[in-house]
Design a protein around this ligand. Sequence first.
Ligand SMILES: [Mn+2]
Length: 289
Amino acid sequence: MRASDAGAMYKPVLPPSLVGENELLELIDDMIESIVTLPPLITVEPPALVVGDLHGDYLSLIKALSVVGKLCGPDCRVVFLGDYVDRGPHQHEVIVELMRLRLSDPDKYFMIRGNHETWSISFRYGFRKTLTKIYPHTWGAIYDRFLRMFAGLPYAVLIGDYLGIHGGLPKGVSRLTDFMNLRKGLVEPLPDGNEVEYQILWNDPSDQIKGFIPGHRGPGSYLFGPDVTKAFVEENSLKGIIRSHEPASKGFAYYHGGLILNVFTCRYYGYPTSVALIDENGVKPVLLE
Ligand SMILES: [Mn+2]
């Protein structure tokens, strides 16, 4: 399925001009208030459009938003799977737009945390530097506040019979109810001690392995095999898992016999981009043009 009217319908709340620091701090505070009491696993009623990694790709965000109504109607929820900042040229615009959307209609727009919504990664891969350029004197306070907001984001979202996470299933967690015990408020989930919070943000599925093996993204991250996914989905009566975290050459990718759908929405990796639609017919990827 192709969405050809990308960009035509959605009017951005934010012209890509920059907000002043006081306004931004207020916006982040309002956002913290809006998410801090959310559980680590949130529930969203379908139909929903699911948006993958954005990494400062403002145009892809607008494209995704522009097809929401056409693809899944006026009651459609929109779920973002993390990695809003770092890498791309419009990180500030993307994160500000997302916060404004969330605050404008908290029953429609939902965000979970990606591995870039952490101190160690956003410090090195672009977001901190972006803020130093826009707010040369006050970036420290703004960055701090952002980190607190990131720490308040949920780790997972249940959309009907589908579990949405940024990275992958973590070792040692077999039941969905265990997700309710994840610790929010960690500015930096750490890889030592196999922290479950870290693995959800970082793990990747692989069709070639069984169980869990150390992943290529560094200590504390794992690859998990189809047996892990099958057992988890069966145990929790799910139909599948939707995640992002990896660019896909066709714009999206299936793993584990179709139980996992990977969508990726940022253009900067040179691949087509996609979102996913979850409705009464199940889940399907939608390429954005
Ligand atoms: Mn990621």
